[in-house]
Design a protein around this ligand. Structure first.
Ligand SMILES: [Zn+2]
Length: 403
């Protein structure tokens, strides 16, 4: 398998085997065969880009995407803060244009529109793009590409002062074409800002962020290689606490802005931590196997004591963990999730019926395995009554904890 960025041969370091799509919940009584695809990750020894060896076609993943950020209040708040920070930093006003790639339902665009800034969203999920357009948040139902960028520049005669993409950089298989598109559409003194999960998470056992939608797991060093080839430059970088550790990068035309210390410091740290070496990645695979064994033994011992365990929440990452660790109905009696969109459906691969949270108080399990470990504190606070009644929480990642 070849690197999607530089065509060198990839070195596989972790294989989760055949897995269902992590968000493909099923209806009860669905008798169709569940589709599964190989889920393996490799490292490029030349440009350092970590990526899936095989990815299903994007059409299969994104054309009818159900996730809309405005559903979650913490995500909306994150977008609002980000929008206002960017408007202030770049002094954006009526004469400027924001292009958002992967704009979903327009939650982020809205904050810019409110300030009178020109907006354009691009999102391939037709149903979601339509919903955004109905609210006056102009959104093209397309995949962003070099071809689309050229067309937009030609038709509109202007370029974007700010290009923004949250989580999109990890999702696009044709990444070289995508980056060339950014080069085409970015105004001479404009900035492109992207947010995505940081590859360091894999080294901290957060392997459950690996799913078919996430094709790439970026280090700064890999990004520098990727953008340099399109005559672009990463000139600033920030850490974002969402999703258990993300990076936010600021990209410009080469030489447009001075490179910050933050970029130089992080690049040096990645070098020192072995981000350019195969052995660092092979270690991830071994650590995940150790975690799997440790968690399975813990759950087995709890069962032997005659205690009862249930699953808390069914995020994409939780479905990956349950499937790969082989945690099924012999361990978990049932599973609950706050989201009404998921309640009443069956989890991909493991077939747990998703109950509302009230089930916890009816059944009173001794332990809850918290699959949304990135917001474990929030969960413990939310289920204070369960805890006061003697209930315990198992947090599986980054290391196993019992609260
Ligand atoms: Zn490469």
């Amino acid at each position: 398998m070849q690197c999607r960025a530089c065509k060198s041969n990839l070195i596989p370091f972790l294989s989760l085997g055949e897995m269902p799509l992590a968000n493909a919940f099923r209806k009860e009584g669905d008798t169709s065969i569940e589709k599964k695809y190989d889920l393996s990750v490799g490292f490029c020894p030349i440009c350092f880009l970590v990526q899936l060896l095989f990815a299903p076609f994007p059409e299969e993943l994104f054309l009818d995407y159900v996730y809309t950020p405005s559903v979650s209040s913490s995500t909306t708040l994150h977008f609002k803060k980000t929008a206002h920070a960017l408007i202030a930093r770049f002094n954006l006003g009526r004469e400027h244009i924001l292009l958002e790639v992967g704009s979903n339902d327009g939650t982020f665009l809205k904050f810019f529109k409110e300030c009178g800034i020109g907006i354009l969203g691009v999102d391939p999920a037709k149903n979601i793009a339509e919903a955004a357009n109905r609210q006056g948040l102009t959104t093209l139902p397309e995949f962003f590409s070099q071809k689309l960028a050229k067309k937009l520049v030609q038709e509109k005669g202007v370029k974007a002062n700010l290009v923004f993409g949250a989580n999109v950089l990890a999702h696009v298989p044709e990444i070289v074409d995508f980056v060339q598109g950014v080069k085409t559409i970015l105004a001479p003194s404009g900035t492109a800002v992207f947010e995505f999960p940081y590859v360091r998470g894999l080294m901290e056992n957060k392997f459950d962020t690996i799913y078919h939608e996430h094709i790439f797991y970026y280090s700064l060093l890999a990004l520098q290689n990727l953008f340099t080839r399109a005559d672009l430059e990463v000139y600033d970088i920030e850490m974002v606490p969402t999703q258990g550790g993300s990076l936010r990068i600021f990209v410009s035309h080469t030489g447009a802005f001075p490179i910050t210390n933050a970029v130089e410091t992080l690049a040096a740290k990645e070098q020192a931590d072995g981000f350019t070496e195969e052995a660092t990645y092979q270690k991830i695979g071994r650590n995940v196997e150790l975690l799997k064994e440790e968690l399975r033994i813990l759950l087995q011992n709890i069962k032997k004591e005659g205690k009862r365990i249930a699953g808390y929440s069914a995020p994409a990452k939780g479905n990956i963990l349950l499937n790969y660790f082989g945690i099924g109905k012999e361990f978990l009696e049932f599973l609950v999730d706050k989201s009404e969109l998921k309640q009443g459906l069956l989890t991909p691969g493991t077939n747990f019926y998703v109950y509302p949270l009230t089930k916890i108080y009816e059944e009173k399990p001794d332990y809850l395995l918290v699959l949304c470990w990135n917001i474990a504190d929030e969960v413990v606070e939310l289920l204070d009554d369960y805890k006061k009644a003697g209930g315990k929480f198992i947090i599986p990642i980054p290391e196993i904890r019992i609260i």
